[in-house]
Design a protein. Structure first.
Length: 381
């Protein structure tokens, strides 16, 4: 096998950078990890991620799945509704690909804090990884592979002169943790509303995260409402029979964009995670796509070669997956966030077909949970 670079510098210790550093460290690669934030700042984000089967496989390979068990809240049904056409489809575990059945979940919801706690603890215990949080980091050697995992605003991407293409959605998205009544503890809901998609994700013990997309100014205004007013507005958009009890954190509004770097590599550097791409949170694809980048980088490192060869192999391997997920999420948002009379019959038909034909449910669930690239391939056991 061709020799590997002597060291890898990972810039950014968010969920993508931390997992990359750990995965490489576990394979015996010397890694230097840097982030301007402290460990407690890195853990502090109030967000929950929808975790798919592609991420389950990677976390299992890295020996993390078992230790995250108590923090992973499975959802065994996915309730998809289109408010404008009053159509509904229920995905269940029987719609999963055979290799994904028997894992007790269509997907899982994982809170940011336990994820980052485990990643940082494992990184600390790995002798191949040198961590610099909120302190100066030594410069990389001239033959090191440099991995930029520094998020959507990536200063490294800018410094390398890699331009990016982006669509800023008029929609923003608001996240809040709430206690709800009337919703099964193991069911996730994605409701398409004319102002934007609205997701309810189970966090266990009657608590849920809502991810509420709407025009940006409306999101900002909702994030500043009094608790009781916020709960009233939430009650008005929740499906019938589901009622909010309590607000558990401060709702936060985020702008939304579809971002794609023009190249995922330059010289001996690679862009990974949201430094390379970002998509709308509909369908909870974001972090899973970032972690498929980690998988792609591991494969490129395993093939070996100089840092530049690895960077090129990684960059070429990730395009198709990233573009397909970006297009699919963009299409969903555009087609379902309106009341266009010409689109309504098509939307109704699409959801009726999904409801009627299990083969279509299986295909769409497989694209969501394993990524579009795995649609026509046998899944790893
Ligand atoms: C509202 C919302 C809801 C979401 N819901 C989901 C979901 O349900 N499921 C899902 O899969 N995804 C979801 N996502 C997407 C998910 O949050 C992102 O995919 C994920 O945070 C990307 O991780 P990252 O490590 O690539 O980037 P980030 O989390 O942005 O981390 C980047 C890191 O780089 C560091 N950094 C910055 N500058 C530098 C520098 N100069 N040098 C070194 N480091 C630097 C930062 O301090 C930070 O720690 C959601 C996103 C939003 C906005």
């Amino acid at each position: 096998m061709a020799p590997s670079p002597p060291e890898v510098h990972v810039l950014g210790a968010g969920p993508t950078g931390a997992l990359t550093a750990l995965a490489l460290g576990l394979r015996g690669q010397r890694v230097v990890l840097f982030d301007p934030l402290t460990a407690s700042e890195l853990q502090a984000r109030s967000r929950a991620y929808a975790i798919t089967h592609s991420s389950r496989r990677l976390l299992t390979t890295l020996g993390l799945w078992h230790d995250l068990h108590d923090a992973l809240v499975p959802f065994r049904d996915l309730d998809l509704r289109d408010a404008a056409t009053k159509s509904q489809v229920l995905f269940s575990q029987t719609d999963l690909a055979t290799a994904n059945k028997n894992h007790d979940g269509i997907g899982w919801i994982l809170d940011h804090r336990p994820l980052m706690e485990l990643l940082l603890a494992r990184l600390k215990g790995n002798k191949n990884v040198e961590i610099h949080l909120a302190e100066p980091c030594p410069a990389p050697s001239s033959d090191a592979l440099i991995v930029a995992a520094d998020g959507p605003g990536s200063p490294t991407r800018e410094a390398w002169g890699i331009r990016h293409w982006g669509v800023r959605y008029r929609q923003g998205c608001l996240t809040a943790k709430v206690a709800l009544r009337g919703l099964a503890h193991d069911r996730a809901c994605e409701l398409f509303r004319p102002e934007g998609p609205f997701a309810v994700l189970p966090l266990g013990q009657g608590t849920f995260q809502v991810v509420w997309s709407a025009p940006w100014q409306r999101c900002q205004q909702r994030s500043t409402l009094q608790r009781s007013e916020f709960l009233d507005q939430l009650a008005a958009v929740l499906p019938p029979g589901i009622e909010p009890d309590r607000l558990l954190d401060q709702p936060r509004a985020f702008p939304q964009q579809w971002l794609l770097a023009q190249s995922f590599h330059r010289g001996r550097g690679v862009l990974i995670g949201e430094a390379a791409h970002r998509c709308h949170p509909v369908g909870g694809q974001g972090l899973n796509l970032c972690w498929r980048d980690v998988d792609g980088l591991l494969r490129a490192v395993q093939r070996g070669g100089s840092a530049a060869t690895i960077a090129r192999n990684y960059g070429m391997s990730r395009w198709l997956d990233v573009i397909q997920v970006g297009l699919a999420t963009d299409l969903l948002v555009r087609v379902f966030s309106n009341r266009q009379p010409l689109l309504l019959p098509l939307r109704h038909l699409a959801l009726q077909l999904l409801k009627q034909f299990s083969v279509l449910r299986r295909l769409s669930l497989r694209a969501m949970s394993d990524g579009p690239m795995q649609l026509w391939q046998a899944l790893p056991k």
